[in-house]
Design a protein around this ligand. Structure first.
Ligand code: PLP
Length: 486
């Protein structure tokens, strides 16, 4: 790496990206409907024999790649859950990839490992997590790439803790519990750690509880399984479900989990970030009963992809399931008596090699501070509240489930009882909005109803973009309704 070349080329890329952000609103938000395989036809069949100038590469990005992207950082991106990019997130990421250290064991990069310990404790405190999940309270945290990885690791920890008592031959008896709103990552994780699919319980929720899981429903499922000789292992509670933004009651579920000796994981992938605001911390109330909690700062916390915080009450439970101890990775000269034990993050995750994510989150926390991060959350919640109120005031629409954070789920109402075209109407409305290129939203299906989701959360999204999308929706709704008039 030649520092002069590095300086020049990285400046060129930064300028390219600054121009991209300046112009991002000019692109259709969702990728144009390109024919699959089109890019392959544009690109050579093999990598170049000789290096090419950066200008040529950037020109190809501009010409061939950008038109095929969905612009996640557009302020009119309201699909899935937005994934934040910010100046601090980007600068932090540059430091991470620029230094390119690999803190898998403490000695492999002591300051990187220690910064991770500091940053996960800072985050835990900001979100109001109980002391027992923090390093300073005997627990601890790790930065992983995704909630999916975090869930696999905690399932493995719960499995090994249970099998150490039951005997490994009893793995087929282990049962896991979640709701019909839980992210599918949970089922994938359970499959990966060897839980028989016939022992996954997907408990039904309903509108009466805002699609939150109740302790009564969990108890009924667990009692049936115990009577059948199964062993309840793990309960996944979600704060801010993907489809609807629903919340499972953490304390109630924690008490239920304790009663049956189950591991309780709280998945707050999206909504966990909101807990930086005191008015949202109540949703995590009862987290002291959890064995683990996770949230993705890369969703709604101004932190560029990837970054998932996972906290556990018992680091030993996690490391017993995940640790390896080859001679070539030993921290020679550390861990001698009297010194605090070094944290080897390889034992807190699936992979060995790992990114220096801590520096990115640290830069975000330092540059925006809690006040700036709260303002970021408040801005989106205020815009989502406005949108919810405005939709509710238009008789053609209905809000499907009361908004809790910055996700609004709504649809065109049925025009008369037994209106069996209402789902088609909503499908067409969503398609019309998305193919306009002016906004991008996604859908969900609940109780058989097709629902449109507006997830406010882009780092560049302001009230005016939410107002614009409402105007767009109204225009498209007029067109769709006109077509459906009999
Ligand atoms: N859990 C919830 C509630 C989510 O909303 C998502 C993604 O949107 C996930 C888990 C999966 O997260 P990841 O992609 O980080 O695995």
């Amino acid at each position: 790496l030649d520092p002069e070349v590095f300086s020049g080329e990285s400046r060129a890329v930064v300028n390219f990206l600054a121009e991209y952000y300046r112009d991002v609103e000019k692109y259709p938000v969702r990728a144009a409907e390109l024919e699959p395989g089109l890019l392959c036809k544009l690109l050579p069949e093999a990598a170049p024999e000789n290096g090419e100038p950066l200008e040529d590469v950037l020109e190809d990005v501009r010409r061939d790649i950008l038109p095929g992207l969905t612009h996640w950082q557009s302020p009119s991106f309201f699909a899935y859950f937005p994934m934040n990019a910010s100046t601090a997130g980007f600068v932090g990421e540059m430091l991470s990839v620029g230094l390119n250290v690999v803190p898998f064991v403490w000695a492999a990069s002591p300051a990187a490992a220690e910064l991770e310990c500091v940053v996960v404790d800072w985050m835990g405190k900001l979100l109001g997590l109980p002391q027992r999940l923090l390093f300073s309270g005997g627990g601890g945290g790790v930065l992983q790439g995704s909630t999916c990885e975090a869930v696999v690791c905690t399932l493995a920890a719960a499995r090994d803790r249970a099998l150490a008592k039951l005997g490994h031959e009893n793995i087929m008896k282990l049962a896991v519990y979640a709701s019909d709103q839980t992210h599918v990552t949970f089922q994938k994780g359970a499959r990966l750690v060897g839980i028989p699919p016939s022992n996954f319980r997907v408990i039904q929720t309903s509108a009466s509880t805002g699609y939150g899981l109740t302790a009564d429903a969990v108890r009924a499922a667990v009692n049936r399984d115990v009577a059948d000789g199964l062993v309840p292992l793990y309960l996944c509670a979600t704060v801010g479900t993907t489809g609807l933004g629903a919340v499972d009651p953490v304390r109630e579920l924690g008490e239920e989990a304790r009663r049956h000796g189950m591991w309780l994981h709280v998945d707050a992938a999206y909504a966990g970030s909101a807990a930086i605001c005191p008015e949202f911390q109540g949703y995590l109330e009862g987290a002291e009963l959890a064995d683990s909690v996770s949230t993705n700062p890369h969703k709604w916390f101004l932190t560029n992809t990837d970054c998932c915080c996972l906290w556990v009450a018992s680091p030993r439970a996690l490391t017993s399931a995940l640790s390896t101890d080859p001679e070539y990775l030993k921290n020679v000269g550390t861990n001698s008596t009297g010194k605090p034990a070094a944290v080897d993050f390889k034992d807190w995750q699936i992979s060995l090699s790992r990114r220096f994510r801590a520096i990115k989150l640290w830069v975000v926390l330092r540059r925006y501070g809690a006040v700036g991060l709260r303002a970021h959350i408040h801005r989106h919640v205020t815009a989502a509240k406005w949108f919810e109120r405005t939709v509710a005031a238009d008789k053609r629409f209905e809000v499907v489930v009361p908004r809790k954070f910055s996700l609004v789920c709504f649809r065109l109402r049925a025009r008369f009882p037994e209106d069996d075209t209402v789902d088609d109407l909503n499908r067409e409305l969503l398609a019309a909005v998305n193919s306009s290129g002016r906004a991008f939203m996604t859908h969900f299906v609940v109780d058989g109803k097709f629902v449109i989701r507006l997830a406010v959360g882009g780092a560049m999204t302001e009230m005016k973009h939410v107002m614009d999308v409402w105007e767009l929706l109204q225009g498209k709704a007029d067109e769709v309704l006109r077509r459906y008039q009999i």
